[in-house]
Write a protein of this length. Structure first.
Length: 186
């Protein structure tokens, strides 16, 4: 996405699998928010009190009230694709923003309904073979090879990519930052 901002991407050291187990009783909505908060706090600790804005995000696909993160194996991805076939799920992305200079923190979850196509077994196998679904929450992308298998969405497209730009703008405002002040100069 080109939103006029060039972020520095810093990967957290948060063990998502361990946290997911720890928070196993949470709703998919709350789980996404807790994972985002943990990631943001982990990264923010590296920056001290410099005026840095840290944004932590984590996405969860909710189907039938169950949270689905990244598939652990090709077999799990295939089972997930069969289960998603012809159905809709809710992609929930937790966002947590920390302004290190002030300590201000705020978070929220963006939710988008995703309507999955009904791909053939051959298409599912070919997609799984690319390895892409093993790297992403829910086991699919909308901006990559999985895009043709998403019939439509109801909600924010950027949320399905992994970062809701409209929600991020509001969260930044809540910690005293104006979105347009972050635009890089042409």
């Amino acid at each position: 996405m080109n939103a006029g901002i060039e972020p520095l991407v810093v990967v957290s050291d948060v063990d998502e699998a361990a946290l997911t187990t720890t928070f196993s009783t949470l709703t998919p909505h709350d789980l996404a928010l807790e994972l985002a908060r943990a990631k943001a706090r982990d990264v923010a600790a590296r920056f001290g009190t410099d005026d840095t804005v840290v944004v932590g995000c984590d996405s969860i696909l909710e189907m039938d009230g169950i949270a689905h993160g990244k598939p652990a194996s090709a077999e799990e991805a295939k089972a997930r694709w069969r289960a998603m076939s012809g159905r809709q799920g809710t992609l929930r992305t937790g966002h947590w923003v920390i302004r290190t200079a002030t300590g201000a923190q705020v978070g929220e979850v963006a939710s988008t309904e995703v309507f999955h196509a009904t791909p053939s077994e051959q298409e599912i196998d070919a997609y799984i073979a690319t390895g892409e679904p093993l790297k992403v929450a829910g086991g699919f992308t909308i901006d990559g090879l999985g895009g043709p298998f998403i019939e439509r969405i109801d909600g924010d497209w950027s949320n399905v990519v992994g970062l809701s730009l409209p929600l991020l703008r509001l969260l930044l405002r809540d910690v005293g930052i104006v979105w347009t002040d972050l635009w890089r100069e042409p």
